[in-house]
Design a protein around this ligand. Structure first.
Ligand code: SF4
Length: 444
């Protein structure tokens, strides 16, 4: 009789490696029009992550797959902040995220009743919930940054895991070697990641190694216990075009690749975060390099913003970069709003940012030939040919805005809109094929 005890299967990657298909894998397979075995195989080797904390699963969350061969996922950031702690406004944003098709909400709360907000969010939303524990650490531990200890930081991570957070951005890759490269080679915009800058400051003042890097194995134990997916933060993402694909960004990416392998070995799911700001012609190569260096781990990208001067319109600069990045291999897009670089977004900014990012993700899915990605576009074409406006709203990514604009400007000629009225090309050609009289110019 064997005296060895079987290792406990906890995480999606544990089950996948043991050859077992979980209900979450089945749910992802069904939504993505893939075979469950296709999903299991890729969860097992890390190409797909299903961020689903065991606590959140018990609360009825939906399972989302992020990675190879799947539709591009979209994240909305929100949360109460020190300067503008209006919880009611943040709940409006949650509703927009849910109603307009976000897949994930990142709660970036950093001041006030952050735990209460986070727990309520996890209780109520079926979407993936992500956090950045480093943002919460100062408020949670009620200590200044430089007084925080490694144990303090890990206590915050544990609290987020216990609450049911599905994925956590943790900036494990900015170690002493990367900061040496950063200081030696220099950058125009230095470090623009909030979590990365806090850790860099902490490391410089205390003289210590990044605790999330030094005690990475301990971090993995917490993540494994709750099946928290680690989203390896890119502290050194470029904050302007000038810094993209530089030595510092690449040095950190190499570290992140090594950490991916260690996480998978410990049965922890991983995603890797990416840029930032980047010229259009550099994006595809950056996506390929990340996939190569990080062993095909799912890539979670902010934008990238393809110009630095689109102030007030950065949802557009990011959507252009998002479409290129997702069609070149990125799996998950973090939205950017028109308020980027300016202020905390309001509810309208959230809607505008979400829709711009959804359009980028959808356009990329069509180019990537994600199964059934184009179905709604083809239905929209049919609805437009028939001038069937109700059918058009059913196909639209944002039916509310489309219908509102249409109804605000009633057309004089039935079936058309006020853009061309009686000269509606669709109506004219339909009439030709129906054999009916083309009445243009005869009625006035
Ligand atoms: S009126 Fe012009 S814009 Fe409007 S549906 Fe017809 S062709 Fe399209």
């Amino acid at each position: 009789m064997s005296t060895q005890t079987e290792p406990k299967l906890v995480t999606q990657i544990d089950f996948a490696r043991a050859g077992q298909i979980t209900p979450q894998m089945k749910e992802v397979a069904e939504r993505e029009h893939r075979d469950p075995e296709y999903i299991r195989e890729r969860v097992a080797d890390g190409r797909i992550a299903i961020p689903a904390n065991i606590v959140h699963i018990k609360k009825g969350m939906r399972a989302f797959g992020v990675g190879e061969g799947l539709s591009t996922k979209v994240n909305v950031n929100l949360g109460i902040s020190g300067d503008k702690a209006d919880a009611a406004e943040e709940w409006k944003k949650v509703k927009i995220a849910e109603d307009f098709g976000a897949d994930a909400i990142m709660d970036l709360s950093n001041s006030g009743k952050t735990r209460q907000f986070r727990q309520q969010l996890i209780d109520e939303t079926p979407l993936m919930v992500g956090t950045v524990p480093m943002y919460d650490a100062i408020g949670y531990m009620k200590k200044p940054l430089v007084k925080l200890t490694k144990d303090d930081l890990f206590e915050v991570v544990r609290a987020h895991a216990e609450d049911g957070v599905d994925f956590m951005t943790i900036h494990c890759g900015i170690n002493k070697s990367v900061t040496k490269t950063f200081k030696e080679t220099g950058r125009l915009m230095n470090i623009v990641s909030r979590g990365g800058s806090l850790l860099f400051g902490w490391m410089e003042v205390t003289g210590n190694e990044n605790p999330f890097y030094e005690y990475f194995d301990e971090l993995l134990e917490i993540c494994h216990e709750y099946d928290v997916t680690i989203s390896l933060g890119d502290s050194c993402r470029p904050g302007c075009l000038y810094d993209s694909n530089d030595a510092t960004e690449t040095a950190e990416m190499i570290e992140l690749g090594k950490l991916c392998k260690r996480a998978w070995a410990a049965g922890v799911q991983v995603m890797v975060e990416g840029p930032g700001h980047m010229a259009l012609d550099e994006i595809a190569a950056n996506m390929k390099l990340q996939k190569r260096l990080c062993h095909n781990a799912p890539f979670y990208v902010l934008g990238p913003l393809v110009t630095d001067i689109g102030v007030g319109y950065d949802h557009i600069t990011a959507a252009i970069g998002g479409a290129i990045s997702a069609s070149s291999g990125a799996d998950f897009l973090c939205y950017v709003t028109p308020a980027e670089h300016l202020c905390l977004p309001n509810a309208q900014d959230v809607l505008d940012g979400l829709m711009a990012t959804k359009i980028a993700a959808h356009a990329a899915d069509i180019a990537k030939k994600v199964p059934h990605a184009r179905d709604m576009d083809d239905k929209m074409g049919q609805a437009r040919r028939k001038l069937d406006w109700d059918a058009m709203w059913k196909c639209a990514l944002d039916p509310v805005t489309g219908k509102k604009r249409y109804e605000e400007s009633p057309a004089a000629t039935e079936g058309t809109c006020t853009m061309c009225g009686k000269m509606c090309a669709v109506r004219t050609v339909n009439k030709v094929f129906e054999g009916t009289t083309i009445d243009l110019g005869m009625e006035d």
